[in-house]
Design a protein around this ligand. Structure first.
Ligand code: NDP
Length: 297
C-alpha cells in the first residue's frame, strides 16, 4: 500500500483563501478590519523568521498586522504594560507573544495577561479550560490545523482510535482534547509510556508530536492508518548540509499508512493558516458575529 499524501501546503493555501474571503466580507458588510499584533522579545533567529512570515501572511489575507519588537532585556513590567495596551486596543483582535521568551520573563504570567478573547495562540489558562470542557475557545493553532486536515480527509472521526505521542501544552494535550471532542477514543503517549510500539499499532489515527527525528517506524503503524507528523527536526545529510524531517520515518510509514502528512509541507503551513483563522474568529466574536464555519474546532 502507498499512502495518500495529505498536502498541508495546498490545504493551508485554501484555508488562507477562506480567511481572506471572510476578511473582505467583514470590511464590506461591517466596516471592520481584523487586526493581529505579534510581540517579539529578543533576537532569536528562528522567532524572527516566524514573526516575519506571520506578518506577511496577515497582510496578504487583508488583515491589519502590527509587530512589536522589544529588546531582549525588556522588563516584565514593560511587556505586561504593552500587552495591556493591546488588550485595550479595539482595532487589535488577536495578540500573539512569540515563544520562547528570554529566561527573566515568566511565560505563564505573560500569556495569562493576554485578554483570553484575543489569545489567538489558545495558550491562556481560560482557553485551556474552555477547550477541556468542550466550550467555544481559542484553540492552539498547530492542533487545530491537524484537526482540520483529519476532518478534511475522513469526514467524521467518530469512534476512531487515536494515539497522540507527546503531551505538551501546545500540541499533545490540546490535540487529544480536540480528538476527544470529535468522539475519537484517545490515548496520550509520552516518554514513560510502556511498549509504545504496541500502543501505536492500535491506532487508526497517529499524531506524532515528540521532537525526535524519525522516531516512529513503519512497523508501528496499523495498515491503512492516518499519520499526522507534527515534528520538525533538522538532521545532517550524509552528503553534507542538513534537511528537515518529522517525528515519523516517512518512507516506511508511507508504505503502510492510508494517509500521511509530509515534512516539510504538512502540519507546518497549517499552523500559520490557523493563526489567521483564529484572528478572524476572535474578530467575529468580539463584534457579536458568528465565527466562520469550517475555521474553528
Ligand atoms: P515538547 O518537547 O514540549 O514535548 C515533547 C513530548 O514528546 C513530551 O510530552 C515527551 O514526553 C514526549 N516524548 C519525548 N521522547 C519520547 C519518547 N521517546 N517516546 C514517547 N514520547 C516522547 O515538544 P512540542 O510538543 O513543543 O513539539 C513536538 C514537535 O513538534 C517538535 O519537533 C516541534 O518542533 C514540533 N512542532 C511543530 C509545529 C508545527 O507548526 N508543525 C508547532 C509546534 C511544535 P514527556 O512529557 O514524558 O517528557
Amino acid at each position: 500500500m502507498s499512502a495518500t499524501v495529505i498536502d498541508g501546503k495546498a490545504f493551508a493555501a485554501k484555508v488562507r483563501g477562506q480567511v481572506a474571503t471572510h476578511v473582505t466580507a467583514l470590511k464590506q458588510d461591517h466596516g471592520i478590519t481584523p487586526g493581529l499584533a505579534v510581540v517579539l522579545v529578543g533576537e532569536d533567529p528562528a522567532s524572527q523568521v516566524y514573526v516575519r512570515s506571520k506578518g506577511k501572511m496577515t497582510v496578504e489575507v487583508g488583515m491589519k498586522s502590527v509587530e512589536h519588537k522589544l529588546d531582549a532585556d525588556t522588563s516584565e513590567a514593560d511587556l505586561l504594560a504593552l500587552i495591556q495596551k493591546l488588550n485595550d486596543d479595539a482595532e487589535i483582535h488577536g495578540i500573539l507573544v512569540q515563544l520562547p521568551l528570554p529566561d527573566h520573563l515568566d511565560e505563564d504570567l505573560v500569556i495569562n495577561s493576554i485578554d483570553p478573547a484575543k489569545d489567538v495562540d489558545g495558550f491562556h489558562i481560560s482557553n485551556v479550560g474552555l477547550l477541556g470542557t468542550g466550550q467555544d475557545s481559542m484553540v492552539p493553532c498547530t492542533p487545530l490545523g491537524c484537526l482540520m486536515m483529519l476532518r478534511d480527509h475522513h469526514g467524521s472521526l467518530s469512534g476512531m482510535d487515536a494515539v497522540v505521542i507527546g503531551r505538551s501544552n501546545i500540541v499533545g494535550k490540546p490535540m487529544a482534547q480536540l480528538l476527544l471532542g470529535d468522539s475519537c477514543t484517545v490515548t496520550i503517549a509520552h516518554s514513560r509510556t510502556k511498549d509504545l510500539a504496541e500502543v501505536v499499532r492500535r491506532a487508526d489515527i497517529v499524531v506524532a508530536a515528540v521532537g525526535r527525528p524519525q522516531m516512529v517506524p513503519g512497523d508501528w503503524i496499523k495498515p491503512g492508518a492516518t499519520v499526522i507528523d507534527v515534528g520538525i527536526n533538522r538532521i545532517d545529510k550524509p552528503e553534507g548540509g542538513t534537511r528537515l524531517v518529522g517525528d515519523v520515518d516517512y518512507e516506511s510509514c508511507a508504505a503502510v499508512a492510508g494517509a500521511i502528512t509530509p515534512v516539510p509541507g504538512g502540519v507546518g503551513p497549517m499552523t500559520i493558516a490557523c493563526l489567521l483563522a483564529n484572528t478572524v474568529t476572535a474578530c467575529c466574536r468580539a463584534n457579536g458575529l458568528p465565527a466562520p464555519e469550517g475555521l474553528t474546532a
